[in-house]
Design a protein around this ligand. Structure first.
Ligand SMILES: [Zn+2]
Length: 133
């Protein structure tokens, strides 16, 4: 009988989904709990304990190793090519800019999707200014 344990907690479902994708890629089964609750009330996600990622107990150590891998080097490389800053408020919180690990994962995630952000411009998350590159 498989007993599942929490391998990691996340404040945002997107982080949990990225972590799950990483585990999927190496063949470790996992599932996410509380995702829908947090999607509806993400402001309270920390109060609820965040989004929990479960793995079968026998995969716990391996899963922790996978999740401890750091993709920051790759992301830094991308950001050297595409340094972005809001021209209106000078905020660095634009879709393709990264600062810190959480943002790095966001960039990593978005770069894995069809790159419509690049084709149509960039958007600032602080002032909602939208511009063409
Ligand atoms: Zn801005």
């Amino acid at each position: 009988m498989n007993h599942s344990v929490v391998v990691a907690r996340f404040s945002f479902p997107i982080d949990a989904n990225i972590a799950k994708a990483n585990l999927d890629s190496v063949g470790i089964p996992s599932y996410i709990a509380d995702e829908h609750t947090v999607n509806m009330q993400w402001l309270y996600s920390d109060a609820l304990g965040g989004v929990r990622l479960f793995v079968p107990e026998q995969f716990l150590e391996e899963a922790r190793e996978v999740l401890s891998l750091d993709f920051s080097d790759d992301v830094d490389l991308i950001c050297d090519v595409e340094p972005n800053r809001c021209p209106q408020c000078k905020s660095q919180n634009v879709f393709t800019y990264t600062k810190g690990k959480r943002s790095a994962f966001f960039v990593f995630f978005f770069l894995g999707l069809p790159t419509f952000f690049y084709k149509h411009g960039l958007k600032c998350t602080d002032c909602n200014h939208f511009w063409k590159q």
